[in-house]
Design a protein around this ligand. Structure first.
Ligand code: GUN
Length: 285
């Protein structure tokens, strides 16, 4: 069974779109997402276009701030301060990676926690690990919704997350732990990675290496989530999982493209609405 991230994402966006008029009636304006992009990395540009398009689809306000590759760190930080202070802006996203001369940590730290729609600010990360109210990072949040969409219970299952990034591996492991999975975080130095993966009832591949997870690493019937977006020599996008052979063994598997990617963007829309609502004096609807 294919986990159709594109279809799931579309249905969630339709629900959000249907809520927009109600939000505008109640609060006098729509949620607003600001996206900052520095330079012209083609992959980043394409991701950002997808984010703005999704905002338009659901009917929220969006602002795209395009800064040149050689923008100074100071100029970027003052743009963020300006957006932090703007009452009409609910979410601020700075597309990563940033050019070498800019300190990424400084930039993330500068975003107001209440507007950190990525959930990358250290206060949000700490809150996630402490089990407090927080903005959950988009990709991990989308992955959990995809697993839940299968109807397979997470509690009590063995989950293996391959990859330990701050954006995906670490937070998705925490979210799986919160749902009572027994979680292993594997990585490039894991001994006998294939054997570790074969134990997994839920396998999340977030390594960024094309087709690294081969069929012999998949437990029959497992739920397999492929986070990889790797552009290979012929220009096509492939995941971290060798989809064809792995799909013959997996119970449920997400494709690339059309899996985690669209869900990440949709969760960004959800996070922007949550930030909008949590700062509203009227409270949630
Ligand atoms: N670059 C790759 N993924 C992401 C993401 O989720 N958020 C931001 N801001 N940049 C990214």
């Amino acid at each position: 069974m294919i986990i159709d991230g594109k279809a799931l994402s579309l249905s969630l966006k339709e629900d959000m779109k249907a809520r927009m008029a109600e939000l505008e009636n109640k609060y006098g304006r729509r949620p607003c997402l600001s996206v900052i992009i520095v330079g012209d990395n083609p992959a980043s540009r394409s991701y950002v276009r997808g984010k703005i398009k999704a905002a338009e689809f659901v009917g929220m306000e969006s602002r795209l701030i395009e800064l040149p590759q050689d923008v100074s760190e100071g100029a970027l930080l003052s743009k963020i301060s300006e957006l932090n202070a703007d009452e009409k802006v609910d979410g601020i996203l700075v597309q990563l990676p940033l050019p070498e001369h800019i300190d990424e940590d400084k930039v993330i730290d500068a975003i107001a926690v209440a507007k950190d729609v990525d959930g990358f600010h250290p206060s949000n990360v700490a809150a996630l690990w402490l089990g407090r109210k927080c903005t959950v990072p988009c990709t991990p949040k989308g992955i959990i919704k995809m697993i839940e969409s299968t109807g397979v219970e997470i509690a009590g299952k063995k989950a293996v997350v391959v990859g330990r990034s701050n954006i995906v591996g670490k937070p998705v492991a925490k979210l799986l732990l919160d749902r009572n999975a027994t979680v292993t975080i594997a990585h490039s130095r894991t001994k006998d990675l294939a054997a570790v993966c074969r134990e997994a009832d839920i396998l999340v591949a977030a390594v960024g290496r094309p087709k690294m997870i081969t069929a012999d690493m998949v437990k029959p019937g497992a739920v397999v989530i492929d986070v990889g977006i790797n552009r290979v020599a012929d220009g096509t996008l492939v995941g971290d999982v060798d989809f064809g052979p792995a799909s013959e063994l997996a119970g449920y598997i997400s494709p690339v493209p059309g899996g985690v990617g669209p869900m990440t963007i949709t969760m960004l829309m959800e996070n922007t609405i949550e930030c909008f609502l949590s700062k509203s004096p009227v409270g949630n609807v």
